[in-house]
Design a protein around this ligand. Structure first.
Ligand code: FE
Length: 351
């Protein structure tokens, strides 16, 4: 080895050290986000977070199942700091697999109602809801009276025989709703209710929520279940066929005189092996701010989760989503009842 190559090796070693140091410093200003939400408005909000904190967001987009698979495969080597998922049932399943870590944050405690978060333990809280959506009933006013679909319980009433349409009972949106119904009614009445819903079906469960709304408009279904944002999308649509669907169906926010309408969440948690934990908590707190709440909710026609904030969205207002009584059963019961509900669905033949 000649003098020159020795020198160049020293220079390279110094450069490598400096580079490593630069990387370590950059690491401090980075947040790795695994997201199952993909909206343009979210990106604007993330840019604001980076501008105000200097923390760069690296986003990995996947669907909920893809995120869970990835976190499991990566294990303790996972770069994920924050995980964003849609629906309490999915968050509960990921949590049960040990993919999240509990955090303590006075800001989150103050901003987000406890019923929209995982049950608190001595170590803190794992997942937190940042937007809410209601699971509402849509019906055909030519066939069904509003007073006959005022509650979820009435979906099992023989009056609605041959009229009820839903997507698969095992879909997270339905599992979450059923978990809270079973919590309120108790196991025996809860299962009898599920059986009654199955007995009333117009067809075997199929399709997504929008397909159920369209099923009501076409006359195949008299009554169906949907998340509010799917209906809001139809309200906002410029397509004549979507306008026609909206005109043919009505929306009910169920259980207004009793337990309130079931609401679910899009939410986030700090990943179990987060390398940038402080940045992750800071990001979660940012999501609860009024600024971020507005973007987060409107990105998917949802409602803000933070206390004291209302949906500021014409489509939501048009369907009455800015003033309704929401269920207060903690979404933590979804985790508790999930397996039980799935077994009930098998027993009553809810596909
Ligand atoms: Fe959805």
């Amino acid at each position: 080895m000649n003098q020159f190559s020795k020198l160049s090796q020293v220079v390279l070693a110094i450069a490598a050290t400096l580079g490593a140091h630069a990387a370590a410093t950059a690491q401090d200003k980075v947040l790795n986000l695994y997201s199952a939400r993909h909206y343009q408005t979210d990106e604007v909000m993330y840019e604001t977070f980076t501008k105000t904190t200097g923390i760069k967001i690296n986003r990995v987009d996947a669907d909920d199942a893809g995120i869970v698979a990835r976190l499991r495969a990566e294990g303790s080597a996972s770069p994920a700091d924050v995980v964003l998922m849609v629906d309490a049932a999915r968050l509960a399943v990921a949590d049960a697999q040990g993919l999240f870590q509990p955090i303590k944050s006075a800001k989150l405690d103050a901003a987000i109602p406890a019923n929209l978060r995982a049950d608190a333990t001595a170590d803190g809280v794992t997942w937190t809801g940042f937007s809410t959506r209601a699971r509402v009933i849509v019906y055909d006013p030519m066939r069904v009276k509003p007073e006959d679909v005022a509650t979820y319980e009435q979906l099992a009433d023989p009056k609605l025989k041959g009229m009820v349409c839903t997507r698969s009972g095992s879909h997270p949106y339905n599992l979450s709703l059923f978990a809270t119904v079973v919590e309120r009614l108790g196991d025996a009445k809860g299962e009898a209710w599920l059986k009654g819903v199955v007995d009333n079906m117009a067809r075997a469960p199929k399709g997504g929520d929008t397909d159920q709304i369209k099923g009501v408009a076409s006359g195949e279904c008299g009554v169906a279940l949907t998340n509010t944002y799917y209906f809001a999308r139809l309200i906002k649509s410029n397509k004549p066929e979507d306008r026609a669907v909206v005109e043919k169906v009505r929306v009910v926010f169920p259980n207004q005189a009793t337990s309130g309408t079931h609401v679910n969440i899009a939410g986030a948690a700090v990943a179990k092996y987060a390398k940038n934990r402080d940045n992750a908590v800071q990001f979660m707190e940012f999501l609860s701010s009024p600024y971020a709440q507005d973007y987060f909710a409107n990105g998917n026609n949802e409602f803000p989760a933070a206390k004291g904030l209302k949906a500021d969205n014409p489509a939501i207002k048009a369907m009455g989503g800015d003033h309704f009584k929401a269920e207060t059963v903690p979404l933590g019961v979804v985790a508790k009842n999930l397996t039980k509900v799935q077994q009930m669905l098998d027993r009553v033949g809810y596909k």
